[in-house]
Design a protein around this ligand. Structure first.
Ligand code: 5AD
Ligand code: FES
Length: 359
């Protein structure tokens, strides 16, 4: 085991498919997590970047079988923040030294939505200039729309592939949600010059360690700059999640698998940004801290006004439903200090990988 990890520490991309599977199947993860954390510190330091997450709206044209805000879920109260509200929340982040924001919403493809996002991006650029990071997480769009948003001031885009295996993808989405289009969107985003992020859900029904190893290899093949992935959490109002019980065993398995995916991805890709996602915290109060200690370097605290948070539950047990942005800011500061990490205030926290490619 030592040898596999030792080699992976020296060279990115050194792990074979079988070795990736071996690492993902480890019961004793101590060495694996230590090595991944060591690499994270080598490339980024004992520091964590923050992105303030703004959930702009939960109206969605898609019907993904796992997602709590899928179009067919009539238990959700739909909302869409005004442009002014989104800009205000982003400004709060800027004034409180968050280096960047992520604008997320359900997927809508329309001219009205494109302009709404453009206005917000311009509004943010007015106070944020070029030094404040803006990431979009708004689903599949045409090349033209991606370009317009880039010109209006966005420079990173997150679009999870959800599973890199087309047959798993087909099982968790309706037939008109096309895997090929999603991959094409990722290629367009990279070509346009966005720092491009993707990721998967971990521990989906029927997904094997072999499949997850292919996911990690997909990240490298796609030459991604950022990875945002998290454990799958069964949502009772969805076709995929309705019959899965969140027993303590299930919860723990999902958490451990999520952490192992972070660690092995760090060992395989080395210099990318990896998020310790909120889904980890939904499984364990210290899930994000554990994510950092397994090699992640980004946290995305929610800064959306509390009144909307309950309406944006992609999965159950969403944390910080009642904690406002200021409270989460203090809490995170303290939590990071508790594991010997410092928050990088006031910097965009770009992916080192993106700039290395450009040299
Ligand atoms: N469990 C975990 N993650 C989920 N997402 C959506 N639904 C769930 C769920 N039930 C993730 C998807 C999506 C991201 C915004 O949230 O990966 O891309
Ligand atoms: Fe929200 Fe701790 S991060 S309360």
């Amino acid at each position: 085991m030592n040898n596999i990890i030792e080699k992976a520490l020296h060279v990115a991309g050194a792990l074979t498919h079988d070795k990736i599977v071996t690492l993902l199947s480890l019961e004793d993860t101590k060495e694996l997590f230590q090595a991944a954390y060591q690499l994270k510190c080598r490339y980024i330091g004992k520091k964590v970047s923050l992105r303030g997450l703004i959930e702009m709206g939960n109206v969605c044209s898609k019907d993904c079988f796992y997602c709590g805000i899928r179009k067919s879920n009539s238990n959700v109260k739909r909302y869409r923040l005004s442009e002014e509200d989104v800009i205000r929340m982003a400004k709060w982040c800027f004034e409180h030294d968050y280096g960047s924001v992520v604008l997320q919403s359900g997927e809508i493809e329309s001219e009205t939505n494109t302009e709404y996002v453009e206005h917000i991006l311009r509004g943010i650029r007015e106070f944020g200039g070029d030094t404040f990071g803006v990431t979009l997480c708004l689903g599949e769009q045409t090349e033209e729309v991606f370009r317009r948003w880039l010109e209006a001031g966005a420079h990173r885009y997150l679009l999870r592939i959800e599973s890199s295996d087309p047959s798993i993808y087909a099982k968790i989405h309706p037939a008109n949600h096309l895997y090929t289009r999603r991959v094409e969107c990722l290629r367009i985003l990279k070509r346009l010059g966005y720092q491009t992020g993707s990721g998967v859900m971990i521990g989906l029904p029927g997904q094997t360690l072999d499949d997850l190893a292919y996911d990690i290899e997909f990240f490298r093949e796609m030459d991604l700059d950022m990875i945002g992935m998290g454990p799958y959490l069964p949502h009772a109002d969805t076709p995929l999640g309705a019959n899965i019980a969140m027993t303590p065993e299930y919860t723990n398995r999902q958490l451990q698998l999520g952490l192992k995916m972070i660690a092995v991805t760090r060992l395989y890709l080395h210099d990318v940004n990896i998020a310790a996602t909120t889904a980890l915290q939904a499984l364990d109060d210290t899930g994000r801290e554990q994510g950092i200690q397994a090699g992640a370097n980004v946290i995305m605290p929610n800064v959306t006004d509390v009144e909307y948070r309950r309406s944006y539950q992609l999965y159950p047990n969403k944390p910080c439903l009642d904690e406002n942005a200021a409270k989460c800011r203090n809490c995170l500061n303290w939590r990071m200090l508790s594991i010997g990490e410092k928050i990088i205030w006031g910097e965009r926290g770009d992916s080192p990988h993106y700039f290395k490619k450009r040299k």
